[in-house]
Design a protein around this ligand. Structure first.
Ligand SMILES: [Zn+2]
Ligand SMILES: [Zn+2]
Length: 199
């Protein structure tokens, strides 16, 4: 008897989920779609960064390849996950979790933060947004610095001192943050200008 399933390890930020997929039933979620045509298994994985699916074809035999396959986004090249036999995929996921935990311990994350995984994710997310000029102050500035609390990140406009707080305590906070196309910091200048007119 052979196991009529193969396994997919999916990155979800710094987390990794192992998903068993039946060869007979396929799989359909937003992040992962699996179906078969006559000869092949088609795996489509969604890239959060590119907002697109990358598609991969596997023959049945290839799904048993020792070590599995590393799957990267066709658009940005980011690692999306691994596809292969159970033991290999579970081993890869386990190693990834240990690596992330070790990194967070090194950075002192687990002593300090309410939810180290969420905070780690949020810092990466905010950093990406800043790099892509998706954080802007109402005063027009893109120059932003950040203070990191135990459960929130405070963004501060370097130009006017305007502040914006991002909560980072739960998966919901992270989901909300990732939905937002831009972060707009409320400027301190607008208030001063208003009083200036009255003088
Ligand atoms: Zn991509
Ligand atoms: Zn500003």
């Amino acid at each position: 008897m052979i196991d009529a399933r193969f396994f997919i390890a999916l990155f979800k930020g710094s987390n990794i989920n192992v998903v068993p997929v039946s060869l007979f039933q396929g799989y359909e979620q937003k992040s992962l779609i699996v179906y078969r045509n006559k000869k092949e298994i088609i795996v489509k994985m969604y890239c959060d960064q590119c907002k697109e699916y990358s598609k991969f074809n596997f023959t049945l035999a290839s799904l048993n390849k020792p070590g599995g396959y590393r799957v990267c986004c066709a658009g940005c090249g980011n690692e999306l996950g691994y596809v292969g036999p159970r033991e290999d995929i579970e081993a890869i996921a386990e190693k990834h979790r240990r690596d992330v935990e070790a990194l967070m311990r090194e950075m002192g994350f687990d002593d300090y933060f309410t939810n180290p995984f969420i905070m780690y994710e949020m810092i990466n997310h905010v950093h990406d947004m800043a790099e892509n000029k998706k954080i802007q102050c109402q005063c027009g500035s893109y120059a932003v610095t950040a203070n990191i609390g135990t459960d929130k990140i405070e963004l501060i406009c370097k130009n006017c001192g305007g502040k914006h707080i991002i909560k980072a305590a739960s998966q919901k906070d992270l989901d909300i943050a990732k939905e937002r196309p831009m972060i707009i910091i409320k400027s301190k200048l607008s208030g001063k200008k208003a009083t200036g007119i009255n003088r």
